[in-house]
Design a protein around this ligand. Structure first.
Ligand code: XMP
Length: 509
């Protein structure tokens, strides 16, 4: 395995992705990691990430400098390289001219990390400080016009440094450089595959759970579904999944979850119809954050009520993914402003004092999809667009009522059917309908109408942090609009949302 020390760079997860793409397992750890833990992890190599700080700043992140004496190959990237050089007796200076963006890298010697690369190759720079003096035993291996010391090595001690970012696509030969580090320098083997992960994780789950029972809140989304099938393989009937129908689901969603998990996978599934409870708790509520809080709270109560009925439960399973884990403990990511309170099964159930079991906590989303495929889950689940916990409630602006739910559900179904039929589903991050609480005048069959307006939202995105509205073909938009107005009673107008995120968000509430 490869250990990545997190100095706070925005590209950290990308480094991890690049390593895993090579079928090498890696783990990201904070700089405060103890030397004894590093030894017990026994990594084949260590990557020191970039980061926003300057190494001479008072509170700049530091890893135990004894790390350089462990006889483990180390690759320092940007801040990571400067930290290595500073710790080993070299000098780092603040430069007046920051270097940001593409630069031409001149490689002096195509050996080590540069084995097989071109002598001149583009690289992506993003730094204020630069190295001005090297410690004993190091030599310069590449430079750019502005940065004389753009890459260094001490090949005897297997210490390497890159001032630029090999992990981003703007450094086209970066992948080759990382591969050289992993395989030629660290001697890693390509052992990280989903099949090996399943085998290892099943053994671990069995060892941890023993004879106890496990409960899992199944939502029908990718993460909880994959976690359910994996746990089911490991502990079979010791797992009970709880699916809460909160009345805020899409058309036929509850039934299809029941069919798949109960009939196809034969998973023990408690299907709870809590529609009335949720709708009653939402009566008269208009404020988006209040809606979210009420739904979150009601969910916890319903879940707890059902969970306590199962005997000998020792564990609560969750489909937490690696990015959630890293972000929740990021060294520098101070508490960011709450834009929307995402409700998760995270905080529950307090009453029961259960231990958490999170079998996907070291995986990225695309790895979870691969895992789901390997476990036999259908594409319908694996490639499903994300659906928010509070469901259709945040897609009905204003009060949630049964009639409004029915309108938005029908409109959503038409939209998704047409998006799928036109082969656009896989190209989009998400597409859905929103119901506005306003009415406008229309004319249908020579009669005046005064009815609701539905908004269509379709976005492309890589990670939901930013998103762009999708340029769907006009003919498709026309078909969707026609069908919604003709088939959904109570709607006489359809509009298309052409805002990107930021400044808008993907969901409307
Ligand atoms: P926004 O609206 O913040 O959404 O741009 C970003 C992504 O998150 C999804 N979303 C949620 N997912 N619980 C979830 O599990 C929630 O409460 C929630 N709210 C928004 C949203 O659908 C989009 O993919």
């Amino acid at each position: 395995m490869i250990l990545i020390i997190d100095f706070g760079s925005q590209y950290n997860q990308l480094i991890a992705r690049r390593v895993r793409e090579q079928h090498v397992y890696c783990q990201i750890e904070p700089p405060g990691i103890e030397l004894s833990k590093i030894s017990s992890l026994a990594p084949e190599g260590i990557i020191l990430s970039g980061g926003p700080a300057s190494i001479y700043e008072k509170n700049s992140p530091k890893v135990d400098p004894q790390i350089f004496n462990l006889n483990i190959p180390i690759l320092g990237i940007c801040y990571g390289m400067q930290y290595m050089i500073g710790s080993l007796g070299g000098k780092v200076d603040s430069v007046r001219r920051r270097e940001y963006g593409l630069a031409e890298l001149n490689i002096c010697d195509q050996k080590g990390v540069f084995s097989g690369t071109n002598t001149i190759t583009p690289c992506w720079m993003s730094h204020g400080d630069s190295i001005s003096r090297l410690p004993h035993g190091f030599k310069v291996t590449a430079s750019t016009e502005n940065t004389k010391i753009a890459a260094v090595e001490n090949s005897q001690k297997k210490l390497y440094g890159l001032q630029f970012h090999p992990e981003v696509i703007h450094t086209p030969e970066g992948k080759k450089m990382l591969k050289n580090f992993l395989f030629s320098i660290c001697g890693c083997n390509k052992t990280w595959t989903m099949r090996s992960f399943i085998k290892k994780t099943i053994d671990e789950i069995r060892g941890e759970v023993g004879e106890k029972k496990v409960i899992l809140g199944l939502s029908g989304g990718v993460d909880s579904s994959v976690a359910a099938v994996l746990l089911n393989r490991a502990i079979d009937k010791q797992l009970t999944c709880i699916f809460v129908d909160n009345g805020l689901l899409r058309k036929d969603e509850g039934e299809s979850v029941k069919n798949l998990f109960k009939r196809h996978f034969r998973i023990r599934l408690k299907f709870i119809n809590a529609r009335r409870r949720f709708l009653e708790s939402l009566r008269g509520v208009v404020d988006p954050e209040r809606k979210r809080r009420i739904i979150g709270r009601t969910f916890i109560r319903v879940f707890e009520d059902e969970a306590v009925k199962i005997k000998d439960v020792g564990f609560l399973a969750q489909g937490t993914l690696y990015p959630d884990l890293i972000e929740s403990r990021s060294a520098f990511g101070g508490p960011s402003a709450v834009i929307k309170s995402h409700h998760n099964v995270g905080a529950l159930p307090k009453k029961m004092r259960l231990s958490l079991i999170e079998p996907l906590k070291h995986l990225f989303k695309d790895e979870v999809r691969l895992l789901g495929k390997e476990l036999g889950l259908p594409d319908d689940i694996i490639l499903r667009h994300p659906f928010p916990g509070p469901g259709l409630a945040v897609r009905i602006i204003g009060e949630v009522t049964p009639r409004r739910l029915s309108i938005v559900r029908q409109a959503d179904d038409i939209l998704i059917t047409e998006i799928r039929k036109s082969n656009n589903y896989k190209k989009l991050w998400q597409s859905f309908a929103i119901l506005l609480p306003i009415k406008s005048v229309g004319i249908m069959g020579d009669k005046r109408t005064f009815e609701h307006c539905v908004v269509i939202r379709a976005v492309t995105s890589l990670d939901a942090m930013t998103a762009d509205w999708a340029r769907l073909p006009h003919a498709l938009l026309g078909r969707i609009s026609n069908r919604i107005i003709n088939e959904v009673r109570g709607v006489n107008r359809v509009t298309y949302d052409i805002s990107s995120k930021p400044p808008s968000t993907i969901e409307w509430e």
